[in-house]
Design a protein around this ligand. Sequence first.
Ligand code: NAP
Length: 230
Amino acid sequence: MTTKIIICGAHGRMGQLLVRCAKEDAELEIIGVMGSGDDLSALIENTDVVVDFTTAAATLSIAKIAATHRKALVIGTTGHTDAQRSELIEAIRGIPVVLSSNFSMGVNILFHVTRQVAELFQDSDVEISETHHTHKKDAPSGTAKSLARIVEEIRGGKVPVHSHRIGDVVGDHTVSFATPDEKLELTHHALDRATFARGALRAAKWVVGKGAGLYDMQDVLGLKRSATSG
Ligand SMILES: NC(=O)c1ccc[n+]([C@@H]2O[C@H](COP(=O)([O-])OP(=O)(O)OC[C@H]3O[C@@H](n4cnc5c(N)ncnc54)[C@H](OP(=O)(O)O)[C@@H]3O)[C@@H](O)[C@H]2O)c1
């Protein structure tokens, strides 16, 4: 059985990769590719799942259409304000949704390991730094915010995040733990955006048929231990 999919933001950097990777996947059938002027409601009845890699401003209306038609949703878009995120979470209550700031396997392992190190290395200072390409609209990255949230849930307080925008860097994240005597660094380098696309498509196949609820990539990959990370 194939999973029927609509890709929103299909002409963007991520969207083009999602279309390419979905075409290569025999378990997926593309029902629609949506750009900013297209009408999602015209095609949505024919799909199992909608994938959103658009802009922070566009996600809510896409989510409302998915919720009205009771379709599963995967949200990769980042940069939502707290108010946008709350409105979004309210809108998707009745459907299964995977929301993740980062769909790569390596970053989700980084989320998992960061939680463990934050628990073990309690006396250390923590800082996060991230570097991305100059076209990225949001700063800090959604992934850096997720990493900060993981450490803050364990330690309290605020974790400083440093953002750099240079060249065509796909995405680098480092979490540094330091005492006056030693430093432990956890670093992930995304080498190809296809890692996010393949992860999002894996999430799309996973989420169809799940009960209504908000899931993240830790659920998809079976890495979940306690609180949400992503
Ligand atoms: N979660 C992850 O793993 C992950 C990884 C990478 C990127 N991201 C995030 O994914 C998002 C997209 O990144 P990107 O680099 O692909 O950006 P991008 O190249 O700017 O592409 C965004 C696309 O969304 C389209 N769009 C805007 N409003 C739309 C609407 N209402 N319906 C359908 N399409 C719409 C835009 O079309 P127009 O040009 O016509 O406006 C544009 O083609 C960003 O928020 C980024 O941070 C997430």
